[in-house]
Design a protein around this ligand. Sequence first.
Ligand code: PEP
Ligand code: MN
Length: 345
Amino acid sequence: MIVILKKNAEQQQVELFDNWLHSMGLETHKSIGENHTIVGLVGDTSRVDIESIMALDIVETVKRIQEPYKNANRKFHEQDTVITLSNGAKIGGGHFLVMAGPCSVETEEQIISVAQAVKAAGAEVLRGGAFKPRTSPYAFQGLHEEGIRLLLKAREATGLPIVTEIMDAKHLPLFEDIDIIQVGARNMQNFELLKDLGKLRKPVLIKRGMANTLQELLMSAEYVMAGGNDQVILCERGIRTFETATRNTMDLSVIPVLHQFTHLPVVVDPSHATGRWELVAPMALAGAACGADGLMIEVHNDPEHALCDGPQSLRPEKFASMMEKVRAIRPYADRSFTTGEGALG
Ligand code: PEP
Ligand code: MN
């Protein structure tokens, strides 16, 4: 971090500032020019609040050189994070993981039959919402506790670990047996929830908010990691733009960019990104080709009667054919830009 002091900064104030920085464990290097004094801060500046420096009378401008996230930062953790699930499936560091299932859990028959179908096609995690963040309070809100129970039943029947969304920390006791806890796009910056998930020692999948930058997404991961939970998976699920032809705009270039910034696994959700089932396979292939560590795909046995997100749900047979193409494209996925030549496992 570089701080430029005002021309007439009082010497006594400058010393106080210097002492304050040292008390935070930082070294300072001063360069005194004719018009300005430049102070270079050396050390871990991720905990320094840039605004409290900006607010000082003697400060003209501040520039951050180091990113404000540390735990999630590849500079401090060169190797890809690899997360291993209860069925032995892995994600990250060249391991590719597909999570698939309906938007919402509806009935026992539905969730078990979809679980069996996606497993047969090669998915290694079952997704399904029990708590649904719907835009309308009158829309189906999910089966809540019963939905969690049915997901666990589907796990028992198939052995597939479960990923499901939490909307409120007060529901955490219900999530005790859940394998991966999902934080949805609408909750990406629910910092109290993220802090509570930081106390757990189980994987958390954080979806990018529809109007959030990558730095904000990484700061959300940092919230979880700062609590000691380093099993975080990031998910690109499309952002809000001026385009209306698709539900959201799938921002695919974030995959290689995130791989440069962070060691955490990154998955792509083409279902919510496009909103239309016929666009899901092409965009899933694109995600796999540009180096994603996995996919999250909505699959429904009867999309026409789905209680949520039917138009973007693949039928099981369409999902199976998508999986074949994904497997074919995987060896060509390009990750060389992050971890050196031929680094893809
Ligand atoms: C979901 O995964 O069903 C969901 C609600 O996703 P998002 O938070 O990305 O909208
Ligand atoms: Mn959905």
